[in-house]
Write a protein that binds this ligand. Structure first.
Ligand SMILES: *[C@@H]1O[C@H](CO)[C@@H](O)[C@H](O)[C@H]1NC(C)=O
Ligand SMILES: *[C@@H]1O[C@H](CO)[C@@H](O)[C@H](O)[C@H]1NC(C)=O
Length: 224
């Protein structure tokens, strides 16, 4: 009895360490993707996530930077979050924005495809019992000939002092351009805790790139 209970905790250590290092690799990977795709600095000045999100369409998880046709991503995806055990209490805001193709002029703003305030998190799931959809999910529809647009899913902490700016305090305002960073600042949103992205190009066939590693997939993609 003594030796069993003594040994058991140590036997678990390699498993816990492996899980934690997978999480750290995931964080480093998504940071690299945001830089490679120039979402940093074109959309965000910095991206230092503390959690990982998974976005799945009809049960199929997207890989960071994965190219899709608009038909493949037309229905509302399921978003889950992994904080490696860290507490995710309080409210969160989820946004999906399109800053356009690499190098696009975003001085007129980025296109808002989804914006939900007041989400809570239980386990890995978002709970929308107290949420408020400023913009319901609206699938990507980039113009033909524009090249691949980047669609970034972002999760922000939403402190109790959060106050939506004028125009963003009503439900269902639909897709339009807005200044994401001004919105974050003016509303008092907190840290950007997690994000991922996909690309969609009008008129392109179904994704032909197969990822051997997620990072390499993105490199190949952006070197085209
Ligand atoms: C809450 O989630 C349900 C199920 O996913 C969805 O049908 C509903 O539109 C969501 N409500 C809001 C406000 O996002
Ligand atoms: C979360 O949002 C709900 C609905 O707006 C609000 O009642 C609640 O106080 C908020 N909780 C925190 C911790 O901000």
């Amino acid at each position: 009895m003594f030796s069993l209970s003594f040994i058991a905790p140590f036997a678990l250590l390699p498993f816990v360490a492996a899980q934690s290092s997978d999480f750290q690799l995931g964080i480093a990977g998504i940071e690299a993707h945001f830089k490679q795709s120039l979402l940093v600095p074109e959309l965000l000045a910095a991206f230092d996530p503390t959690a990982l999100i998974d976005v799945a369409y009809s049960g199929n998880s997207i890989q960071p930077g994965q190219p899709f046709t608009k038909d493949q991503v037309g229905s509302t995806p399921t978003v889950t979050i992994n904080s490696n055990g860290a507490s995710l209490s309080g409210n969160y805001t989820l946004a999906l924005v399109d800053p356009g193709p690499v190098g696009a002029d975003t001085s007129a703003g980025v296109t808002r495809h989804w914006l939900v305030n007041g989400l809570t998190i239980s386990g890995t799931s978002f709970n929308n019992a107290t949420s408020f959809a400023v913009t319901e999910y609206a699938g990507p529809a980039p113009p033909a000939g524009d090249g691949p647009h980047r669609y970034a899913f972002l999760v922000f902490e939403q402190p109790s002092s959060f106050a939506p700016p004028t125009g963003f305090d009503q439900a269902n305002i639909g897709v339009s351009k807005f200044d994401l960073n001004a919105y974050v600042k003016d509303s008092g949103l907190g840290a950007l805790v997690a994000g991922t992205y996909m690309t969609v190009e009008e008129g392109q066939a179904t994704a032909s790139l197969q990822s051997t590693s997620a990072v390499r997939c993105s490199q190949t993609f952006w070197q085209q």
